[in-house]
Design a protein around this ligand. Structure first.
Ligand code: MN
Length: 187
C-alpha cells in the first residue's frame, strides 16, 4: 500500500492546524490492530478502524458498537486513516474537518475469520467477518454492506452469536471512558 491510500485523508486536513497525525506507513508484525474512537463532532459517533495493508480501514457508527446480536448498527465507510491515528486522542479545532473531541474508546487486535479471503477482498465483496480481542469488545463481528438509501458507503456492524455476545448490557453506556486515559470521558 502506498501513501496514495491516504490521499483523501490528507486532503481533508491542514496539519498545521489540527493535532491529528499526518500519516506515515508502518508495518506491524503481529496481529493487525483494531481501534474504536469516540468522536464528539457535529454529532457523537464511534469511528471503527481496522488495520489492513498499512492503513486503517474506517467506518463511522452513529450509535456505536453493540454486544447484542439483535442490533444492526449502521456503519458508514469513511476514508482510510494512517496507522498512527490509532492512538490519537485530543481536540480537533473548530474550522477543521471533524472538529471536536476524540478518545480511544477501545483498542486491541483482530483476526480475519474468512481464512481464504483477504480483508481487502472482503471489503470489496461487502462482507467481512472478524474476531475482536479488545479491552471492551471481544468475539465475532460481521460488517455487511447494504444499499441503505442507495449509498454505497452504508454497512451494518452486527455482533455474531457466540459466547461473547451479551444481550443484557449496553456497553457504550456502561463503559463510556477512554481505554488509554483513565477518567477521560466525553458525552
Ligand atoms: Mn469521526
Amino acid at each position: 500500500m502506498s501513501k496514495k491510500g491516504l490521499k483523501q485523508y490528507q486532503e481533508k486536513r491542514n496539519f498545521s492546524k489540527t493535532p491529528e497525525p499526518s500519516g506515515r506507513i508502518k508495518k506491524s508484525d503481529d496481529k493487525p490492530l483494531f481501534v474504536i474512537q469516540k468522536h464528539d463532532s457535529r454529532s457523537l459517533h464511534y469511528d471503527f478502524r481496522l488495520e489492513d495493508e498499512g492503513v486503517l480501514k474506517s467506518w463511522a457508527i452513529p450509535k456505536g458498537p453493540s454486544t447484542n446480536p439483535a442490533d444492526k448498527q449502521l456503519a458508514i465507510q469513511t476514508e482510510d486513516h494512517p496507522l498512527d491515528y490509532a492512538t490519537f486522542e485530543g481536540t480537533i479545532p473548530e474550522g477543521n474537518y471533524g472538529a471536536g473531541s476524540v478518545i480511544v474508546w477501545d483498542i486491541g487486535t483482530y483476526t480475519n475469520l474468512k481464512e481464504h479471503k483477504s480483508i481487502a477482498q472482503s471489503i470489496q465483496d461487502g462482507e467481512l467477518t472478524i474476531w475482536l480481542e479488545g479491552k471492551k469488545l471481544q468475539g465475532g463481528y460481521a460488517l455487511i454492506k447494504t444499499n441503505y438509501l442507495g449509498k454505497d458507503t452504508s454497512w451494518l456492524l452486527i455482533k455474531m452469536n457466540d459466547d461473547k455476545a451479551d444481550r443484557n448490557h449496553v456497553i457504550t453506556e456502561e463503559l463510556p471512558d477512554s481505554v488509554l486515559s483513565p477518567h477521560k470521558e466525553i458525552s
